[in-house]
Ligand binder design. Structure first.
Ligand code: ADP
Ligand code: ZN
Length: 758
């Protein structure tokens, strides 16, 4: 406790304003106010929770500042080093400090309202004992189309889903459910909500593995590193990166008594990695995941702050865990774009991790089989230290990868025009044969198709018109069960029409395959196979994906079909075949990272094959076998891919050859947005000319590749510079000074180091 309280404090508030506020501290507050304390302050006619970021004996204001109303913290909510990190984020990402602080602190500390009461049970809808066969259905549901829709939706969700999920996917009245229940077609049960699935997951073998010489070399090097070092651990798929992390943490946490942060792309999709950490460190670990209630999150936060837990495993935001005496931050699968937050503050957890580790004298470990080009460039220039695990552990070999050229055999357009796609056009013979063989040996297959829904769009055969979203410039995706067209950006839904909106034509053709359709084709072809589909539509609750993966691990699934979700670090030794149904999805996106993403996805999914003694193979169906992303993925040649890809980013320059900030202008009226963006472009060019900041280039303005999202028209301007400092200065000046007119809901956002320009 200080003997004398500061008289004035500087407060950061979570407002979209680049300024802080001065308040007076008067006697009678519950706790002393120091830097890092939360304070409740009067703001206009209301109150706001802010954080004290500075104290002073004199006020910078002419008028008398208002007084702090409450000081709830006996200990500052945020320590000096995390506050320093927040200041860096505010500066680098051009975001008000108060907005950054709100992101960094647990919601329970910044929400003005009480944390939502926790729900303990949920209602589960299951199929009843008697399921009418497909032939009986027309009769059985003759007078109740809605009942049939609900029934078939439950059926398509694996016969078991939450009421919440059902209602989210389909509009129906409560009486429909009651009738179905009365007829015994469904059963409704109360289910205990699993609050923390990790606390109830079964015990996992904790046999300690002996590191291989390559692993040991990496561990030793990192354990004897200098504070602030950044390592890029480039280990091929199956090279045992997780063991390296674990053994490194044993030294840092167990031997030196320090703490550590482990970031994974998404907890629900990486249960095996989390299990391995839990097996090694038991209850010294806090697992932060999205199913935690605000209260539980806060408890975990306190346990970390007090030092009761010394390791945190979590997604992006775990980088802000309030640990003291930090020894290491590990970023697993560092190339994953989920490390970038899609809303303000648009931070990249990998970059934040590096800055935090440097500030606090810790090391950073970035691990991947397919590092981002940014990290690779930094390793090549010596800024990061490169460590390599060039081989699979235990003498395992990378799977052989073969291409099936989809151009060779013509697609069956006749069948497609009739509304269906022929199985043989989708799963070509070599892939089909491989699936049959794999199943006959009792082994498992993973099939990747990075497009969800039934078919990607519906097109009129006569005039070529495609069904598009009324709010976005995006084609609608056709979904079945329930049958409808869905916009994947704004979630707009509509019933499919029998005729073309433009010309009234009666022949509509489904184009482009989605996972739902492939699932149907597979189950028709392999009626006895146990097929599991995994994409964002198959979630019934937060842990549905984890459950599917657990079933695969237990050998209860023959074919796992899914989108990029299934390519994240899974380690199933009985998966001996990986098939890519269509490698070209996304490869032609108008985005500078499209090829990089495609290469990463193909390499990562290939890496799921042959992780056991039985070996494995990969078959990739593509129309672009010559594309460098496909060619080098087939050859397992990361380095050559990077060399070629890097050349493509020289002229015009794109990261990592240059740093960029994407400024997006949006609003309700197309014309105003265009004018606004054009004006901003001129403003920026003038600014750069007068201030002689010729180290920053302005590109655009131009309409965004997706011109309209959620009713908002979008234009953008790119700022490019080889000098991050210059980019910060110009960006900040623009965001602080450029005036946004008060019409047509015009808005400006700035995305520093964007992961996509769509
Ligand atoms: P990566 O993340 O590099 O793809 P994993 O960490 O998933 O690889 O490891 C692949 C498999 O090898 C896992 O099943 C793991 O238990 C096993 N493994 C890792 N290191 C060793 C080792 N030193 N000895 C035996 N098995 C190992
Ligand atoms: Zn839309």
């Amino acid at each position: 406790m200080r003997d004398k309280a500061p008289r004035f404090i500087e407060v950061a508030l979570p407002l979209p304003l680049f300024q802080t506020f001065t308040y007076a501290v008067e006697e009678g507050l519950a706790n002393p106010v120091v830097v890092g304390s939360r304070v409740v302050v009067p703001l206009r006619s209301g109150k706001e929770i802010g954080v004290c970021i500075g104290v002073s004996d004199v006020s910078p204001l002419k008028r008398k500042p208002k007084a702090v109303l409450e000081s709830p913290d006996a200990e500052p909510a945020i320590g000096a080093s995390l506050l320093e990190l927040c200041r860096w984020m505010a500066d680098y990402y051009i975001v008000p400090l108060g907005v950054v602080l709100r992101t960094v602190l647990p919601a329970a500390l910044t929400g003005a309202e009480d944390p939502r009461p926790t729900r303990k049970t949920r209602r589960l809808v299951k199929l009843g004992a008697d399921i009418p066969s497909l032939l009986q259905r027309d009769k059985s549901f003759a007078r109740s189309k809605q009942q049939r829709a609900v029934f078939e939706l439950v059926e398509s969700l694996g016969g078991n889903t939450s009421l919440e999920n059902l209602s989210a996917q389909l509009d129906f009245s409560p009486s429909v459910l009651k009738s179905l229940e009365k007829r015994g077609l469904i059963v409704i049960e109360e289910e205990e909500v699993e609050r923390d699935p990790f606390s109830s997951r079964g015990g996992i073998s904790s046999t300690r593995l002996e590191p291989t010489p390559a692993q040991l070399h990496a561990i030793d090097t990192m354990a004897s590193a200098t504070k602030g070092d950044v390592f890029l651990l480039h280990g091929i798929t199956g090279s045992g990166k997780t063991l390296v992390y674990i053994e490194l943490l044993r030294r840092i946490v167990d031997e030196r008594g320090q703490t550590a942060i482990v970031l994974v792309p998404e907890i629900a999709l990486t249960p095996q990695t989390v299990d391995r950490f839990r097996a090694a460190f038991g209850d010294r670990i806090a697992v932060l995941h999205s199913a935690l209630s605000e209260g539980e999150r806060y408890d975990a936060w306190l346990a970390l702050k007090r030092g009761d837990k010394r390791i945190v495993v979590g997604a992006r935001s775990a980088v802000f865990a309030p640990l003291e005496n930090l020894g290491a931050i590990i970023v697993d699968e560092e190339h994953e774009s989920s490390y970038k937050q899609g809303e303000t503050p648009r931070y990249h957890a990998r970059e934040v991790a590096i800055v935090r580790a440097k500030n606090e004298g810790a090391i950073t470990v970035l691990g991947s089989a397919t590092p981002s080009l940014e990290s690779w460039a930094n390793a090549s220039s010596g800024k990061y230290k490169l460590l390599t695990l060039p081989e699979r552990v235990g003498g395992g070999r990378l799977p052989s990868v073969d291409v099936i050229d989809l151009r060779r055999i013509p697609t069956d357009y006749n069948a497609m025009a009739q509304g269906g796609v022929d199985y043989g056009a989708v799963i070509r013979e070599p892939l089909h044969d491989a699936i049959v063989e794999t199943m006959s040996r009792g082994e498992q297959t993973i099939l990747l198709l990075n497009r969800r829904g039934y078919s990607s769009f519906i097109q009129c055969v006569d005039c070529g018109a495609v069904a598009t979203c009324p709010n976005c410039s995006i084609t609608l995706t056709h979904h079945r069960n329930p049958e409808r067209l869905v916009c994947h950006y704004c979630l707009h839904k509509e019933d499919p029409r029998p005729d073309c909106v433009r010309c009234g034509g009666r022949y509509l053709r489904q184009r482009g395959l989605g996972t739902q359709q492939v699932e149907r084709l597979l189950s028709e072809r392999f009626p006895a196979a146990r097929i599991a589909r995994m994409d964002v539509d198959t979630t019934s609750g937060k842990w549905a994906h984890t459950r599917i993966l657990d079933r695969v691990a237990a050998g209860e699934v023959d074919i796992l079909l899914g989108t990029q979700m299934i390519a994240k670090g899974l380690d199933f030794p009985n998966v001996t075949l990986v098939g890519v149904v269509d490698a070209d999805v996304g490869i032609n996106f108008p985005d500078f990272r499209a090829s990089e993403r495609c290469f990463q996805l193909l390499s990562q999914v290939s890496g799921r094959a042959g992780r056991g003694a039985k070996g494995g193979r990969v078959l990739i169906q593509t129309r672009l076998p010559g594309h460098h992303a496909v060619r080098y993925a087939v050859a397992h040649d990361y380095v050559s891919f990077v060399r070629e890809e890097m050349e493509g980013r020289v002229d015009p320059p794109y990261p990592p050859n240059v740093r960029i900030a994407n400024i997006v202008f949006s609003g309700l009226v197309e014309d105003s947005v265009a004018k606004f963006a054009i004006h901003a472009g001129e403003w920026l060019r003038e600014l750069i000319a007068t201030r002689a900041e010729d180290e920053v280039t302005v590109v655009g303005p131009a309409p965004c590749p997706i011109e309209r999202i959620k009713n908002r028209w979008r234009w953008h301007v790119l700022l490019k510079s080889a000098h991050p400092g210059e980019l910060t200065r110009v960006s900040r000046y623009f965001m602080e000074r450029f005036e946004v007119p008060n019409t047509a809901q015009l808005r400006v956002t700035l995305d520093r180091d964007p992961v996509a320009l769509l």
